[in-house]
Design a protein around this ligand. Structure first.
Ligand code: GLU
Length: 418
């Protein structure tokens, strides 16, 4: 019988491989094999018709070795414990790659948010916040948006936490609306970070100039990456979302598409453009392009489609879009891949800026946010590249080496309690 792919086992495998590579002593890295704390909650929610429906949620804190735990919350029907564990581990590594003073965590609620009304979604978000309340806070664990969660929901989290504390606590969550302590630039930050990393990679591989880019996913990350890369002068030849996709060799009209999405529930459906042909989300991954940016869900690049990928560069904007088997195929084919823990770290970097502003009651202007984001992303790219060049390794391995070294150093400095 075929065994089900377990994303957490995959993370453990990666950790073990990196530890061997770095000749680490077991004592210094085995703690990272176990999430520090796993919280599973049952959430009764009164639906609009009066009945009570149960939902299952998680908050998994993988590590607080380098600082408070940090990571998003996703609302998705396929959320499960192993996925959230793997994503929490990914946040620990991501924060270490970009050298933020944070550990890693992730939360999830098993729900299809499109099936809930706004009032039901609000009650579910508030109930989830109340359920994990003893374990979160500006010094403990700071949630943020992830798949299917947004600034408005972060506002409900901030309000619930503050009402139950008796005073406003903006630093409990990041990615909030600006008027309650959100940071300028946070909403676009992940897409901006993806664009910065794409620019650095194109420079590194001497692929500068107007490259053809395809983006899977037009949610917060994909749409902002599309706008910024389009502004940088690249041709966005392919895009897709849950409602469909489009391909145009000469480049799509991104501003018109964004306008259409804003009017039509954030979906591409119904958008028409001369010369653009309709393609499916799966077809997009193998379309004719130079750079492929998977910006939707995990596990989309697999052994089944990796051989058909035509891009020369893949920039992982989603978390975990590439399976281990697909990774091997890309290495054999000479396709360069920039891993998620580097490529999509822009979101958590500006989350960090938001938290810093909140706990000091400061407000930074947008130029300052974007300039500092640029500096951090470029520095992390250069550090990963230097390891890749020195070790003749791929970028994923190099990013793991950088992250695990930083984690282990912090672990050694702190020692084992008691
Ligand atoms: N959910 C985003 C990520 O996976 C952002 C996390 C954060 O800002 O804390 O990186």
């Amino acid at each position: 019988m075929e065994q089900k792919y377990n994303p957490y086992d995959n993370m453990l495998h990666v950790l073990e491989e990196t530890a061997q590579e770095l000749h680490l002593e077991k004592d210094n890295y085995i703690p990272f094999k176990y999430p520090e704390r796993e919280i599973k909650v049952a959430l009764p929610v009164r639906m609009d018709d009066g009945h009570v429906q149960m939902f299952e949620g998680y908050r998994i804190q993988h590590s607080s070795t380098r600082g408070p735990c940090k990571g998003g919350i996703r609302f998705h029907p396929e959320v499960d414990e192993d996925e959230v564990k793997a994503l929490a581990f990914g946040m620990t590594l991501k924060c270490a790659v970009v050298d933020l003073p944070y550990g890693g965590a992730k939360g999830g609620v098993q729900v299809d948010p499109t099936k809930l009304s706004e009032t039901e979604l609000e009650r579910l978000t508030r109930r989830y916040t109340a359920a994990i309340l003893p374990f979160i806070g500006p010094e403990k664990d700071i949630p943020a948006p992830d798949v299917n969660t947004n600034p408005k929901m972060m506002g409900w989290i901030m309000d619930t936490y503050s009402m139950l504390s008796g005073y406003p606590v903006p630093g409990v969550v990041t990615g909030k609306p600006i008027d309650i302590g959100g940071s300028l630039g946070r909403n676009e930050a992940t897409g901006r970070g993806v664009s910065i990393i794409t620019k650095e990679a194109l420079k590194q591989f001497k692929m500068e100039g107007s490259q053809k880019i395809a983006i899977q996913g037009m949610g917060n990350v994909g749409s902002n990456a599309a706008i910024i890369l389009h502004e940088m002068g690249h041709k966005i030849v392919g895009i897709s979302d849950v409602s469909g996709g489009l391909y145009k060799a000469g480049g799509l009209n991104i501003p018109a598409i964004i306008k259409h999405q804003a009017k039509h529930k954030n979906l591409l459906k119904g958008y028409k453009e001369d010369g653009a042909k309709e393609i499916g989300s799966a077809e997009l991954l193998t379309c004719d392009c130079d750079v492929l940016i998977p910006a939707a869900l995990g596990g989309v690049l697999t052994a089944a489609n990796a051989n058909k990928v035509k891009a020369k560069l893949i920039v992982e904007a989603a978390n975990g879009p590439t399976t281990v088997e697909a990774d091997e195929v890309f290495k054999k084919k000479g396709i360069t891949l920039i891993p998620d823990i580097l490529a999509n770290a822009g979101g958590v970097v500006v989350s960090y800026f938001e938290w810093v502003q909140n706990i000091q009651s400061l407000m930074w202007d947008l130029d300052r946010v974007n300039e500092m984001l640029g500096k951090i992303m470029e520095k992390a790219f250069a550090q990963v590249r230097d390891i890749a060049v020195k070790d003749k390794s791929d970028y994923r391995k190099a990013a793991y080496i950088l992250a695990v070294s930083r984690l282990v150093e912090a672990r050694k400095t702190r020692g084992v309690f008691p």
